[in-house]
Design a protein around this ligand. Sequence first.
Ligand code: SAM
Length: 437
Amino acid sequence: MIVEEEEQETLGHHALLELYSCTPSQLNDSGFLERLLLNVASQLKCTVLGQRFHTFEPVGVSGIVLLAESHLSIHTWPEHGYAAVDLFTCGDPQHLSSMPALFQNKLQSSHHDFQIIKRGQPNKASDVGFERVRDRRLADSIELDKPGLNRKKTWLSDGWSENILWSARIKKVIAEEHTCYQDVLILDTHQLGRVLVLDGNIQCSEADEKSYHEMMVHTLMCRAGASNTPKKVLVIGGGDGGCARELLRYPYVTKVDMVDIDRELVELCEKHLPKIFRRPDNQSSLRDDKRFNLIIDDGAEYLKTCEDYYDAIFVDATDPIGPGASLYSHEFYRSTKSRLNPNGALAVQGGSTWYFRDTFRQVYQNLQALFPVVHPLECFSAVYPGGVWSIQIATMGDDPRDVNDKLSRLHDDLDWYSSERHQAAFILPPHAQELLY
Ligand code: SAM
C-alpha cells in the first residue's frame, strides 16, 4: 500500500484496488457484484445514494455505487480473472485500509495491489460561492439534506419546512433516550449552551429559553387585569421547567402544579438542564421549592377529572403532533376555561405566524370561540422556526395588553420581559394581523 508520507490537509482520498486471479463466474455476475459493493460501502461507513450495474456481451461487468462521499466502482475482466475497484471519498479515511480484505475474500483473489492517493489540497482550492460555510469540510459534515443528528454527531439539524434546514454545531451528546412518549436528545452546543430536542424538534436552548418563558409567564402575571394577584397556577407540559421557574419568582404564588405526560423526560431535564429546571433564586432544583408540585399525567386527561380552580394556566406544550396533539383541541381549551377562577387567564404556545400560519390561526379561533378576549403576542427565539414565536393569551374579560406597572417593575432584572416589552409584544405586523380575521 502506498500512502503519501507527508501529512497534509486533503479534501478527499482515492483508494485504487487491483484484484488478480479472481473467480471468473463471480466477475460476470452483476447481481453478486452489486450486493458486494453495497456491503463494502456499508462496512466502510459510507452513505449510499444509488447504484447502477451493467453486464457486457460476451462477458464483463461495470458497476458504480453513488455515495454521499462520492463513489465506489468496479470494472471486471472475467477472462483475465481481474477486477479494477476504486473508491473516492471525501469522508473519514480511517476504514479504507480494510477495503482489500473485504473484496479479496468474496472474489477469492490470490493477490492484489492497493494504493490510497490524497486528492485536493484546500489551500489550492478556491472558496468562491460558499459564502456562509467557508470551511468546506464543515459543510460536508452537516449533511445538508437531513434533520436530526448527523452521522458523526457533530451537527444537529432541524427541518423548519420541507425546504429549510437549520443546523447547530454540537460539542457533546449529553443524553439520547427513547421514553414511552418521545425521543429525547439533550446536547451541548458551541453557541447555544445545552439544547433539548424532542422527536427531532428543538424545544429550547439554555441561551435563549428565557425569552419564551419570561414572555409567556410575565405578560399574563403582570397584566393589569390580574389585580387579585394570582396565587394558584397550573403549567401543562413545560417539562424543561422554564415556566415553573419564572412562576416561582412571585412570592404570592402559593402553588405551581406542573402536569407533564413524561416522567422520564422531566427527570432528564432535572438532571441535565439544571440552568433551566431550577428555582429562580439559586441553582437548586425546582423540586426543592415546596410550592412546586409535579403531576405526571396527560394534560387533557388531568383537566377532565381536576377539581381545583386556578388563577392562571400555561400550556407549554410540544407541537400539535405526537403526545402534544391533545393539547390543541377545542375540547381541551374548554376544559382549561372550566378550571379558571373568574378573573383567571390562559397562555398557550401559539406557533409561528410565518411557518405555521394554520396552527396559529386554529389556536386563535379555538380560543376566540370560548374566551371573551384573546390576544397573541410575538417573542424572539433563536431556535424555533423563523426566529419569532407566538404566545396567545386568553382572559375572561380584561385586556392582557394593559400592564400593571407596579407588578412588572418587580421584574427589572429579567433578560427579556419588561413593562415596555409587555405592551410592544402584542403589536403584530399586518401579515400576522390578517390571520385574526
Ligand atoms: N416550549 C416548547 C415549545 O414551545 O416547543 C415546549 C417545551 S416543553 C419541553 C413541552 C412538554 O410538553 C414536554 O415536556 C412534553 O413531555 C410535554 N407534553 C407533550 N404532550 C403532553 C400532554 N399531552 N400532556 C402533558 N404534557 C405533554
